[in-house]
Design a protein around this ligand. Structure first.
Ligand code: ADP
Ligand code: NA
Length: 347
């Protein structure tokens, strides 16, 4: 039977961190066996805020190499860079013409990011319109499922609204007029949320999201951090005065976050993590946590080095991915179904 189509992506900013890994990439690796998977490095999203062009190029390669090192398999997934497939920009323009501006102004990410800018002239139009580009990313591939974190849910709902509006305005009517059977231009995608415990918080407060855009590098563990750096970040991570680690105590967000990281890095059950750590002092726990993280990251970092040492393999993977993506995207952009319908009716 036909596999359902699934699209997801990560921005190439800095280095992927444990949040990206546990909230996204790790599940992509499982999903790639079950679905027809398109995994993108969304570099055009990374330029909505000011950036260093050379660093963006490097971060794009780094992110692609990390996909592979974490187990995303080019034999069963299309792995590609957004800007290598011009159809993303083309469809984004078309969709922006059917997207009411009020829908974009309402997005909380826009409100937050534009409020953070010290100078209004730093707020580019792209910061307002990038959810349209995101809708294009998804709709181009007629995606059925879009795995994203909770923070992106509103953007997927927007993509659904844009798809429905475009189908209504230009789907049936237009093509029926041409004598075709008519049809939907876009499939309506569903958001695919990870479990709540896949959410990784900052090492510095336990309550804000671990993020590439957070100012301090001490707030996150990057997938390429060496054991020494992991150790010092974990030692400096915020703790509380209590003895013993526990999950789900609302007064102890740091304990919950770090114990959750320990559990997933060690590959043990929640119960096992809880009973192992319930009487530990923070010092001893942090020692074990740093070891578990570095142990988990070592094979990923080893594979990453091999991939980065030989440019040709990665270039080939990205080229193949872009070819498959461009071919698939063209079917949507040039509305192949409608063309077939029109041809069938002798137009
Ligand atoms: P960032 O927020 O670090 O810039 P992206 O916006 O590129 O990361 O998100 C890439 C993917 O990683 C998305 O699916 C997002 O939901 C997920 N993700 C990002 N940060 C976290 C986190 N702290 N915990 C869980 N998942 C996360
Ligand atoms: Na797949």
């Amino acid at each position: 039977p036909r596999k359902a189509r699934l699209f997801s992506g990560v921005q190439p900013t800095g280095v992927m961190h444990l949040g990206n890994y546990l909230g996204a990439i790790k599940s992509w690796v499982k999903l790639q066996e079950l679905y027809d998977t398109f995994y993108c490095i969304v570099d055009m999203h990374a330029i909505t805020l000011q950036h260093e062009p050379k660093e963006l190029l490097e971060a794009t390669r780094r992110t692609a190499a990390l996909y592979l090192a974490c187990g995303v398999n080019p034999e069963v997934s299309s792995i590609f860079v957004q800007s290598h497939v011009p159809a993303h920009a083309e469809l984004a323009w078309l969709l922006s013409c059917v997207t009411p501006i009020g829908w974009l102004r309402r997005m909380t990410q826009f409100k937050e990011k534009s409020a953070r800018a010290s100078d209004a002239s730093e707020v580019g139009t792209g910061l307002l319109t990038y959810p349209v580009l995101m809708a294009a990313d998804i709709l181009l591939y007629q995606s059925e499922l879009v795995p994203v974190g909770h923070d992106q849910k509103a953007h997927i709902e927007l993509a659904r609204d844009i798809a429905e509006r475009t189908n209504r305005l230009y789907g049936n009517r237009q093509w029926k007029k041409l004598g075709g059977k008519g049809g939907k231009l876009f499939r309506i995608p569903d958001v695919f949320l990870p479990p709540v415990n896949a959410r990784v918080m900052s090492l510095q407060d336990g309550t804000s999201k671990m993020s590439k855009s957070a100012e301090s590098d001490m707030s996150r563990i990057n997938l390429l951090d060496d054991p020494k750096l992991v150790k010092s970040k974990i030692q400096k991570a915020k703790s509380d005065g209590q003895v013993g680690l526990e999950f789900d105590n609302p007064d102890r967000p740091e304990a919950n976050n770090l114990l959750g990281i320990y559990q997933t890095m060690s590959g043990i059950s929640k119960d096992a993590a809880q009973s192992e750590c319930k009487d530990l002092q923070w010092g001893e726990f942090k020692f074990r946590l740093a070891e578990a993280i570095s142990e988990h990251l070592r094979p990923i970092q080893d594979r990453y080095k091999i991939i980065m040492d030989d440019r040709t393999v990665l270039d080939q993977v990205l080229q193949n991915g872009a070819d498959v993506a461009a071919e698939t995207a063209a079917r949507t952009l040039f509305n192949e179904q409608a063309q077939r319908d029109a041809e069938g009716s002798g137009i």
